[in-house]
Structures are given as C-alpha cells and as structure tokens.
Design a protein around this ligand. Structure first.
Ligand SMILES: Cc1ncc(COP(=O)(O)O)c(C=O)c1O
Length: 376
C-alpha cells in the first residue's frame, strides 16, 4: 500500500539534530529526569526499583486516576494509556471509521491528522475545513463546515489549541460546534496535545472529553508539559464498546505502555501545574519578542499572533518558504518550516515559541534577513 510521506517528520528527522537555531518547534523546553523527579519529590532509587515487566494494557491504574483527575466528567476506566501520543491518531483513524464513511479534518494541520485518515478511508473521503486569514488572527467558519457535510460524514477531527495557527475556539464557538456535531450524528476526535497552553488574554475552553461522551480525546505530555522524549500520551474514551474497539487495535501496535514512562508520567502529573505555568510564561515572553520583530519587518511578514498553543502560522513574502528553509538550514543552521508540509501554502511558515533558545534563533534569523537585504 502506498502512503503519503509524513513531511513534517521527514523534515525534522533531517534537520532537528543538525541545526542549532530553530524557529519552528511545536514542543516546549524540556527538563532532565533529575529535575522532574525533584519537582515531583520522587527519588532516583524509586525509579530504579521499577521492574521491566509487561504492564497493564489499558495503563497503570494510578496513572489513569491521575489523568482522570485532570477532567471533570471522566473516570480512570475511560483512559487508555498509549505507547506514544501519535499512536492515538493512528488508532482513531482505524477504530472510528467503517467503509464508506467520510471524515472532515482541519487544514492546515499536523500531517497525521489528515494523512492517517486518508490512509484509512481513502483520500476522496477526507474533506478539509480550512482556516481563513483574518486581519489579526486565523478563524474557522461554521457555515463552511456545514457545507462539507454529506449523509456519509461520520467523523470530525479537530485540534484545539491548534497547531500551527494557535487558534482556540471561544466558549460560544465550541458550544455551537458540538451542537452541530450532535445534530448531524458526528463523532468528534479531539486532539488536545496543547491543552491548557493558553495565554492569559484568551478565554480557556473545557476539554471535549468533559463536554460530550460521544468524543475521543487525545492528550499527552509532549507539548504543554515539555516532555516530548517521554513519549507519554493517552486517549479518553467514555463509550465502553468503543474503548474495547480501540484496545483491539492497540494490541496490534504497542500492546501496553512502557513501565518507566508510566512511572515518570505519574511524577510529571504531580508537577503538572509548575511545568505548564513555566511553558505559558516562556511562550508569552517569546511572543513579545516576535511582536517587536514583526513590527520591524512589516513588508516581509504577515503576523497573526496566536492566543493559545505554542505555534503560529506566519505569512512570508518570498516565492517559496520551502526553498529558503533548506538554504537557511544548510548555510546558517537556522530552521524554519514551510506550511506546505502541513497542508497550507508555501508562502507561510510555522513558528514555534516554546523553547529557551528562541531569542537567539530569532536574532540569527534577523541578522540573515539584514545581510540578504530583504525589504522590511
Ligand atoms: C497536533 C498534534 N498531535 C499529535 C502530535 C504527536 O505528538 P508526539 O510527537 O508527542 O507523538 C503532535 C506533534 O507535533 C501534534 O502537533
């Protein structure tokens, strides 16, 4: 079977460990195992005592309880702990669709949120609900969603806070979206990998898992909590039959979560408020620098400041961001990513604000812009 290349991951596999100045990461600054254990008041000896046996397939009950405690209407029995966060998207594409079903996805989007559904349902069955450029921010139009519906539409795939635009629906928009889904019998797959990463000026919204029992929700520790190397993720599935269907698919992929990851995830959830607050503050400070940068380059870029998440989708007045990005990576060690890889166009780039090294990377990028006398 021929499948679409996972462009973002190919791009990062090529450059992530060879370019020192990165401007397009979606994760947040990470910490060491020592720092994590100390924040959670857990000793290294306790980690060392963990046995490397198989683990409970649905996930360690203590971890599932700690996860359920983050929601209002969710119990430990509704949680499925995954082998990796991205596995949750694969399982959703496999377990939520029957032959002939149609799916609506956001565009642009993290590649897997489009391509894995195309692999499962066929490209023609996947319709794109596109972000529109407003003057100050990206937005979605519910009328456009309505126009994409057909009698075969079964599933709506969303991701809020959104990678790459940083869009978070208002509470009213979220309510209207769920009403529309209910009226049309649509199931929602809600990717909430950036849940809680919300700037103080933006109104937060509840998790889809708390709003409706007819959703499957993905979350994990890679982004909001800055622990991408832990590979820790989970699904919330409140429908028992559906949960069993997911488990059957999971037996073919990871079977059970890695024990050391579960141990460290319990520690991370103890420290979750601190980890999240640090990342929100780091993003806010990097966004301030970005604001000032884009004021200096009004002709070169179109800046729409994100209200949530760790990324932004930025217009850049060059013929091909992709062509420039390879040149910049090779000659300057600066990494920018074309939005084309995410289903957007090649005159936009994704920027990421979660890393400590962002200020230096931005300053190197600005030096390069000046040297190449790009017009401001
Ligand atoms: C929206 C979204 N979902 C899922 C993932 C996958 O997370 P992980 O790489 O930790 O498996 C990512 C990673 O970039 C993402 O941006």
């Amino acid at each position: 079977m021929k499948i679409a290349p996972f462009e973002t991951e190919h791009f990062f596999a090529r450059y992530e460990f060879s370019t020192p100045y990165q401007l397009c990461n979606s994760d947040c600054e990470t910490i060491t195992i020592d720092e994590l254990l100390s924040l959670a008041d857990v000793s290294l000896e306790q980690l060392g005592e963990q046995r490397l046996s198989y683990t409970e397939t649905q996930g360690n009950p203590e971890l599932r309880q700690a996860i359920a405690d983050m929601y209002s209407n969710v119990s430990a029995d509704d949680i499925v702990v995954l082998g990796t966060p991205v596995e949750g998207i694969y399982l959703a594409a496999r377990a939520l669709l029957d032959p002939g079903d149609e799916v609506i996805v956001l565009s642009p989007a993290y590649d897997a949120l489009t391509t894995l559904f195309e692999h499962a349902a066929g490209p023609a069955a996947v319709k794109r609900w596109s972000f529109r450029p407003g003057e100050d921010s990206w937005y979605l139009d519910l009328n456009e969603l309505q126009a994409l519906l057909s009698p075969s539409t079964r599933l709506l795939v969303v991701n809020f806070p959104h990678n790459p635009t940083g869009f978070l629906p208002s509470p009213e928009f979220q309510q209207a979206l769920f009403r529309l889904a209910e009226q049309h019998g649509l199931q929602i797959f809600s990717d909430e990998m950036y849940f809680g990463l919300v700037q103080p000026s933006t109104a937060p919204v509840p998790s889809a898992a708390d709003l409706s029992a007819n959703t499957v929700t993905l979350c994990g520790l890679s982004k909001t909590y800055g622990l991408p190397g832990l590979r820790s993720g989970w699904l919330v599935i409140r429908d028992k039959d559906l949960l069993e269907r997911f488990m059957n698919w999971k037996f073919y992929t990871s079977i059970c979560p890695p024990g050391p990851v579960e141990f460290l995830s319990i520690a991370a959830l103890k420290a979750r408020d601190t980890l999240r607050a640090r990342n929100i503050a780091r993003i806010a400070s990097n966004l301030q620098l970005a604001d000032a940068f884009f004021k200096r380059w009004p002709q070169a870029f179109k800046w729409r400041k994100p209200g949530a998440g760790s990324t932004a989708l930025v217009g850049w007045n060059v013929p091909s961001v992709e062509a420039v990005s390879h040149e910049l990576a090779r000659s300057e060690g600066i990494l920018v990513q074309s939005a084309q890889m995410l289903g957007g166009d090649d005159r936009h780039m994704r920027m990421g604000f979660g890393r400590d090294a962002f200020p230096e990377a931005l300053s190197r990028f600005e030096d390069w812009l000046r040297r190449n006398s790009v017009s401001g």
